[in-house]
Design a protein around this ligand. Structure first.
Ligand SMILES: [Zn+2]
Length: 334
């Protein structure tokens, strides 16, 4: 494993590139060396050494030739190298120093850094709640009114009517991001959501993640769900939430063709795994003007979701918040 500490080391490397850079090669200290155990059989020692020799790590240390003035700027690259204390912390023993031509080393590290940066950007683009890299998306509404939007994903399901009753009892409207296959399976429940005055958004057809899918497949997922929701409820969704919050290439075009705006969330209840009290506390703490909350109305932990909603709505209403659909939240003149 080549271990590169810092982008900044490239800056340092560029100063050292005319000569060379040094990396230390570490060896995992063998068990018998660490614990100071008594004599072993030759075979056991040899086996331990063979194992430990496989655990080799290259610690980037920066060059030794840099002018001391730069040590203050990039102390991690300065001599004595960072690699040595890190190696000690990991119980690694330096066994030799390897000198590379500076330019080659710099290029290798730069390429590694570029790969890491690209991976980081892609991860944010795919999963980041504020990302619009793969299509237009909102994660909160305007902050000028004390209004919140509850959203429920993955339905409709057999427990959805209970959620509807809770909302109705407190005069709250919400947004349900429904999956096409579930709309076809529970058409009366999907229709009841619409008839109760709630907004229905598109949550894909089969709830399979878009990650690594083709543009055609992503479009098909959205288009089939859109058609089923229209046919069953009479509503044409204008909002879309990606299954697992995971966006991918091709989504922007699919959203444009179907007139869908992406919606992520200001806070997510983690209601598939938390108890009711923790869900309510988590969302209660995140309540602020224009916040969008993500919950689920069809999943194994549904009793906790329902109890959390039962506690949360009156609590937030007593704090002065109103509950609207996401479209109302985003565009109050609607
Ligand atoms: Zn979902």
């Amino acid at each position: 494993m080549l271990f590169s500490f810092h982008f900044a080391e490239h800056l340092y490397g560029s100063w050292g590139s005319l000569t060379a850079q040094c990396h230390l090669v570490f060896r995992k200290v063998a068990i018998h060396e660490r614990c100071g155990a008594g004599p072993r059989s030759a075979a056991a020692s040899q086996a331990a050494r063979r194992l430990s020799n496989k655990l080799i790590l290259c610690g980037g240390t920066g060059g030794f030739d840099c002018h001391p003035a730069f040590h203050g700027l990039y102390p991690w690259a300065a001599y004595p190298p960072l690699g040595a204390p890190l190696g000690a912390a990991l119980q690694l023993r330096p066994i030799r120093a390897v000198w590379y031509p500076g330019l080659l080393c710099m290029l290798l590290e730069f390429m590694g850094g570029a790969v890491c940066a690209t991976a980081g950007l892609l991860t944010y683009g795919v999963r980041g709640r504020t990302s619009t890299l793969f299509g237009p998306s909102v994660w909160r509404g305007p902050a000028d009114r004390p209004t919140l939007a509850l959203t429920f994903d993955d339905g409709p399901g057999p427990s959805t009517p209970e959620v509807l009753d809770l909302l109705s009892a407190r005069g709250a409207r919400a947004t349900f991001f429904q999956c096409g296959k579930d709309v076809r399976h529970w058409p009366q429940i999907a229709r009841a959501v619409s008839e109760a005055g709630h907004e229905i958004g598109n949550h894909g057809d089969t709830h399979s993640p878009f990650y690594l899918r083709s543009s055609a497949r992503i479009y098909e997922e959205l288009a089939r769900a859109q058609q089923s929701i229209q046919d069953v409820t009479g509503q044409t969704p204008v909002l879309f939430r990606a299954p697992f919050g995971c966006r991918w290439f091709g989504l922007r075009g699919a959203q444009r063709r179907l007139g869908l705006r992406g919606v992520m969330w200001t806070a997510i209840g983690l209601d598939w795994k938390l108890p009711a009290g923790a869900i309510a506390a988590r969302l209660g703490a995140a309540a602020s003007n224009g916040a969008i909350f993500c919950l689920h109305d069809a999943h194994a932990n549904i009793r906790e979701t329902i109890e959390a909603v039962r506690r949360l709505i009156p609590e937030l209403q007593s704090r002065g918040f109103q509950f609207e659909t996401v479209s109302e939240l985003l565009c109050p003149t609607n």
